[in-house]
Design a protein around this ligand. Structure first.
Ligand code: KG4
Ligand code: ZN
Length: 330
């Protein structure tokens, strides 16, 4: 069974054909990211106009000679102007090809990135707890089956991806902030590593918390998050003094450590509360190098499911996969 998946919730125009929910036959993604770098963030009107421009060429390339049995599209949440381009294209295709149309939640779609290009052994085992971390969302779900996905809790204010983006702006590291902070913070890891080896007889390691960043809600006995205090704390530091390059790197490093510590601690809390050792992380922030490293370290005690790096961000394949498992798998 081949499903055409269309994702246009934000600044990516992404179209994919996926077989039986897991095998990605084609995936073509155009992004207007470069344009948004100039404005240091997304202006919805600009993103929507780029969706209009990219849709037909992306569709033509992804669909090339593929017969499809159904059409799936992201319905919500997202920027309305961008969403409309995908939804109207999908409706027209469904009508013209006389194939069923499936409207998919972008958030549920991210969960299905866990199935993409994975064989049966690597695919998630029910029940599992999944942490969805993106630019707009930070949420925990208990996935009992394809039909039963229970919301456990989410952020009370900023999403963690947004926090990465705003902190990068305060530190003048550019947009999008997640990859920029990841790269900046990794400089310390590398140099710390060599300092550690040089001085290992004295066991001297660098200080991990010179800026005393807060860890909001880390000990609260629930599945909720708060990131606005952490974002503001970094911003206040940048206002209080002019940071030199080393200090910017150190602050990016400490921010990443703090954010990842909060995410892991809440994920493990949710896993304990729901009595499952099956854990997963999806969404754009699941590309974070430190987060992935921490999850790898947990593999001795937990069964960890992670999407391939190329499927962490928004893509049409996860939308097609979700439509398959919701409607066609036994
Ligand atoms: O899922 P996604 O592609 O789009 C939304 O649905 O929002 O997530 C985008 C978010 C952005 O905030 C971006 O900065 C963040 O994911 N991100 C990262 C990394 N790569 C992307 N955050 C931390 N570390 C990364 N390596
Ligand atoms: Zn997303």
């Amino acid at each position: 069974m081949k499903i055409l998946g269309i994702e246009t919730s934000c600044d990516e125009t992404s179209v994919s054909v996926v077989q039986d929910g897991a095998k990605v036959l084609t995936l073509v993604t155009a992004t207007s990211l470069e344009m948004h770098k100039k404005t240091r963030g997304i202006i919805p009107e600009n993103a929507a106009r780029k969706q209009v421009e990219y849709m037909i060429p992306v569709l033509q390339e992804a669909l090339s000679n593929q017969d499809v049995d159904a059409v799936a599209v992201t319905e919500n949440p997202g920027l309305i102007g961008s969403l409309v381009v995908g939804v109207e294209t999908a409706k027209a295709l469904s009508f013209a090809l006389d194939k069923p149309l499936h409207l998919i939640s972008h958030l549920m779609g991210h969960i299905y990135s866990l199935w993409l290009d994975k064989n049966r052994k690597e695919q998630p085992k029910f029940p599992f707890v999944v942490l969805l971390v993106s630019g707009g969302h930070t949420e925990l779900y208990l996935v009992k089956s394809h039909q039963q996905i229970n919301f456990l809790g989410g952020t009370r204010d900023d999403a963690v991806g947004e926090c990465f983006d705003k902190v990068a702006r305060s530190l003048e590291l550019g947009y999008p902030g997640g990859p920029a902070i990841d790269a900046e913070a990794s400089k310390i890891f590398n140099s710390q590593f060599s300092i550690y080896f040089a001085l290992r007889n004295t066991r001297k390691v660098c200080n991990k918390n010179t800026f005393k960043l807060p860890k909001p809600m880390i000990t609260s006995k629930d599945c909720e998050f708060s990131f606005s205090g952490l974002k503001t704390a970094v911003h206040r530091i940048t206002l209080s003094k002019k940071l030199n390059n080393d200090e910017v790197t150190q602050l990016a490093f400490e921010f990443r450590e703090t954010a990842v510590e909060i995410l892991i601690s809440k994920l493990l809390f949710a896993s304990k509360m729901n009595q499952t050792k099956n854990i997963a992380v999806v969404g754009g922030v699941a590309a974070n190098a430190l987060l992935r490293q921490r999850l790898e370290e947990l593999r001795s005690t937990y069964t960890v499911f992670l999407p391939h790096l190329k499927y962490t961000g928004d893509n049409g394949a996860m939308i097609a996969s979700n439509a398959y498992f919701n409607n066609y798998s036994k």
